[in-house]
Design a protein around this ligand. Sequence first.
Ligand SMILES: *[C@@H]1O[C@H](CO)[C@@H](O)[C@H](O)[C@H]1NC(C)=O
Ligand SMILES: *[C@@H]1O[C@H](CO)[C@@H](O)[C@H](O)[C@H]1NC(C)=O
Ligand SMILES: [Mg+2]
Length: 271
Amino acid sequence: MALRIHRGALAALLLLLVVHAIDAARAPEPRLEMVTTAASGGAGHTAGRARAAASTGCASWRLGVETNNIRGWYSIPAECRGYVSDYMFGDQFRQDCAVAAREAAAYAEALELAGDGSEVWVFDIDDTVLTNLPYYADTGFGAEPYNATYFDEYVANATAPPLPEVLELYEKLLALGIKVVFITGRHDYQREPTVKNLRSAGYHTWEKLVLKPSSLTLGSSVVPYKSGERQKLVDAGYRIVGNMGDQWSDLVGAPEGDRTFKVPDPMYYVG
Ligand SMILES: *[C@@H]1O[C@H](CO)[C@@H](O)[C@H](O)[C@H]1NC(C)=O
Ligand SMILES: *[C@@H]1O[C@H](CO)[C@@H](O)[C@H](O)[C@H]1NC(C)=O
Ligand SMILES: [Mg+2]
């Protein structure tokens, strides 16, 4: 009996090994071919393979960006312009946002709140609660240099749409009794269009809206400013239960908040 089971298990294991060996023998071939022979195939195949190889490379690049492995970059790789465009306008970006918002909502719903109104959730604004996709779609999805004149016009216009998944999360947090604080890299002189834009996009209430003092010099890291503003909240008696942004510089630097959530953004890097 014991021997029979043993034999059966052995047979199963052998079968697994054979299947695995066949898989291993088959699987890498097309993958290797795709990467190494893109330049030498027939004309039609070459274009397809080059596109596939670029797409694979761009997917790896995006993962590197999202995990903060790739830092300090000024524009997206030129060959990834089409990839980033497809990502931003396709289902993947919205699905990725939905996962972030869903996890954040599940976390918030499970919190034990003090019930004294001291819990706050910190949100970044640009490409977190509002999307600047209209601006970026017009400027190469981050492939072209940042145009401050155009972006200032875009902000003054106050027409940035909300990120729907984040707006939904915002409503859930308010319903739970968690207050919302916006800490943005936008300057204090942009308060009026920012308030107008938040309201028209559906963000109707907040505890605080913190904008960057114009005296802060451009080009320096926003981490001291953003973490400093979070420290002020803690000093004032608030508990930061959550913190959401599209840049790692929104999320690092003590006090970070009890949990942080990153919204995807493959279009630009803010240190
Ligand atoms: C930047 O934007 C402004 C305003 O839209 C435009 O006039 C200008 O041509 C742009 N500059 C570049 C280099 O694209
Ligand atoms: C400003 O808003 C108008 C009307 O919605 C739009 O046509 C225009 O492209 C916007 N300009 C910028 C710079 O966002
Ligand atoms: Mg942002």
